[in-house]
Design a protein around this ligand. Structure first.
Ligand code: C5P
Length: 318
C-alpha cells in the first residue's frame, strides 16, 4: 500500500465513446441479458472525469450534455468508484467526481460506460490501489456490459453480454459522422422492443437462436483498412427496434446515404446515427450536407480507432 502522503489529491482521466460496427443479438439469457457478438470501435469523442478527495461523495457535471447526466446512485461513475472501493476493501476516502460530458447521453455511444471506466482508473490512482488490468476489467464488467471496452479501447470483439473482449487487428483510421438526437433512448427498452418484434415474427425462434459471432465481412474490412467494405458490412440487430421506437431516424439514415455516406447505422441501441465516410474531407462534406438539410438536430464527427480510458493530468501530490 502506498503511504497516503504520497497519493495524488486529484486525478483526471479521459475516456472515449464507442460505435458498434456490428451488433448481433442472440437469445435472452436467464439473467435478463442477451447473448451478444459485437465489434466495438472506440472513437474520438471524449468525456473527462476528475476525481478529487472530498469530505463526502458527490458528482458534478459540466460540458455540452451536463444537464442530462443522472446524479446520485444512478450515476455510473459514482457506482464504479463505490464498486472499486468495496471490492478492494479500500479505506472509504470519499471522492468528488466531476464529469465533463461531451459524449451524448443515452445515445448508444457508451457515454455512461466511458465515465465508469474513467472513474475506475482515476480512483485506482487516487487511492493508490494499483489494480492490474485484469482486475480493472473484471470490476468494469460488474458495473456494465460496455465498461470493459471503454477501458480497453481500440477495436475489439465483445461476446457474452459484451463484456468479454478479444482485440481485433485492424489497419488505418476510419472517419465517422454522427447525428445526435436531442432525446435519448433507453437501452433496456430497445432490447425489449427487439424481443417483442422477434416474438411477433416467430414465437419459437429464441430457443433455437445460435450464439452469434462476428462476420468475416466486418473482420476483413477492418483488417484491410477498407472503409468502402466496412460501410457495406455495418450491421446492427437493434436497429429495427430503435427505428420502431423512433421512426423519424429512418429519414436521417436515408439522408446520410443520399449525401454519399459509405455506410449508415444506428449506433448501439441508438438513437445516435453513425455514418462512415472515406476521408476527413468526406466527413466534413457530409456534416455540412446533413446540417444544411435540416434532418439533423446536431451533427458531429470523430475518427477511430482511438485508445481507451487514459490519464490526462499528471496527478498532483498532497
Ligand atoms: O450492462 P448494462 O447495465 O449496460 O445493460 C443495460 C441493459 O441493457 C440491461 O439491463 C439489459 O436490459 C440490456 N442488455 C441486454 N443484453 C446485453 C447488454 C445489455 O439485454 N448483452
Amino acid at each position: 500500500m502506498i503511504p497516503s502522503s504520497a497519493l495524488p489529491r486529484t486525478v483526471t482521466v479521459r475516456a472515449p465513446a464507442k460505435i458498434n460496427c456490428e451488433l448481433r443479438v442472440g437469445g435472452l439469457r436467464r439473467d435478463g441479458y442477451h447473448e451478444l457478438s459485437t465489434v466495438f470501435m472506440a472513437v474520438g469523442l471524449y468525456d473527462e472525469v476528475t476525481v478529487t478527495r472530498s469530505p463526502s461523495w458527490e458528482v458534478t457535471t459540466t460540458g455540452r450534455y451536463a444537464a442530462l447526466v443522472p446524479d446520485g446512485a444512478d450515476n455510473l461513475a459514482l457506482r464504479a468508484a463505490r464498486v472499486l472501493a468495496s471490492t478492494m476493501k479500500a479505506e472509504p476516502i470519499p471522492v468528488s467526481i466531476r464529469i465533463d460530458k461531451e459524449i451524448p447521453v443515452a445515445g448508444g455511444m457508451a457515454g455512461g460506460s466511458a465515465d465508469a471506466a474513467a472513474a475506475l482508473l482515476a480512483c485506482d490512482a487516487l487511492w493508490g490501489l494499483r489494480c492490474d488490468r485484469e482486475q480493472l476489467l473484471e470490476l468494469a464488467a460488474d458495473v456494465g456490459s460496455d465498461v470493459p471496452f471503454s477501458l480497453a479501447g481500440g477495436i475489439a470483439v465483445g461476446s457474452g453480454r459484451g463484456e468479454r473482449l478479444a482485440p481485433v487487428l485492424a489497419k488505418g483510421t476510419f472517419h465517422w459522422v454522427f447525428v445526435v438526437s436531442s432525446e435519448g433512448l433507453s437501452t433496456p427498452s430497445v432490447f425489449a422492443e427487439c424481443d417483442r418484434l422477434r416474438a411477433d415474427a416467430d414465437a419459437d425462434a429464441d430457443a433455437d437462436r445460435p450464439a452469434p459471432g462476428p462476420s468475416s465481412a466486418v473482420m476483413t474490412a477492418l483488417r484491410s483498412g477498407d472503409p468502402e467494405a466496412l460501410g457495406k458490412a455495418l450491421a446492427n440487430d437493434l436497429q429495427t427496434a430503435a427505428l420502431s421506437l423512433r421512426p423519424a431516424l429512418r429519414t436521417v439514415l436515408d439522408a446520410g446515404v443520399e449525401f454519399g455516406a459509405l455506410g449508415a447505422i444506428v449506433s448501439g441501441s441508438g438513437p445516435t446515427i453513425a455514418f462512415l465516410t472515406g476521408s476527413p474531407e468526406h466527413a466534413l462534406d457530409l456534416c455540412v450536407s446533413l446540417a444544411a438539410s435540416g434532418v439533423a438536430d446536431e451533427v458531429t464527427r470523430a475518427k477511430g480507432p482511438v485508445h481507451g480510458a487514459h490519464f490526462i493530468a499528471v496527478p498532483s501530490r498532497v
